[in-house]
Ligand binder design. Structure first.
Ligand code: ADP
Ligand code: MG
Length: 160
């Protein structure tokens, strides 16, 4: 299942993330793809809000991971600086991907070898040449994520 959503401001991207975050369950894994400035961290912030995380949500570029306590644990990774799959082992990625929290990975293509087969893939892209417009494309990989995208689709189509 695929869902395509367009936003015209950072706030709209965050709102969309919040809706998605509301629907997340223990063990969910979200993989984000897109260029620098595409809006991955902005979307992650919205998702964190939907998980009940208050306070600042900033890019974990230098730390690789930030952990938050919302209604579920939220693990926010940015693996841009990853130099190889070995770094993912050092990070202890299995504890996150196969644990009871929600894991979100920015620059997921850099960790492709260790991503779980079942996950939600999210692509962000600027479009139309308008500086604040973004297209967000969601692809479900596996049954759990089919359901999730279906639920989100119903929500956004009815204007929440
Ligand atoms: P990334 O994590 O992909 O590098 P960020 O979320 O850190 O991207 O940065 C995106 C930048 O683009 C922010 O400065 C944000 O305010 C801006 N922006 C403008 N329009 C949008 C939009 N529609 N969605 C998300 N971010 C947007
Ligand atoms: Mg980022």
């Amino acid at each position: 299942m695929e869902l395509v959503w367009q936003t015209r401001s950072a706030g709209e991207t965050e709102d969309f993330g919040r809706l998605l975050g509301n629907l997340l369950a223990p063990g969910d894994v979200l993989c984000l793809y897109g260029d620098l400035g595409a809006g991955k961290t902005t979307l992650a912030r919205g998702i964190a809000r939907g998980l009940g995380v208050g306070g600042p949500v900033t890019s974990p570029t230098f730390n690789l991971i930030h952990e938050y306590d919302g209604r579920l644990p939220f693990y926010h990774m940015d693996v841009y600086r990853l130099s190889g799959t070995e770094d993912m082992f050092d990070l202890g990625y299995e504890e996150y991907f196969y644990g009871r929290g929600v894991t979100l990975v920015e620059w997921a293509e850099r960790a492709s070898e260790v991503l779980p087969g079942e996950r939600l893939d999210i692509y962000l892209e600027a479009y139309s040449g308008e500086p604040d417009w973004r297209e967000i494309r969601l692809f479900s990989r596996g049954k759990r994520y089919e359901e999730l995208v279906k639920e989100l689709d119903a929500l956004v189509r009815t204007g929440h």
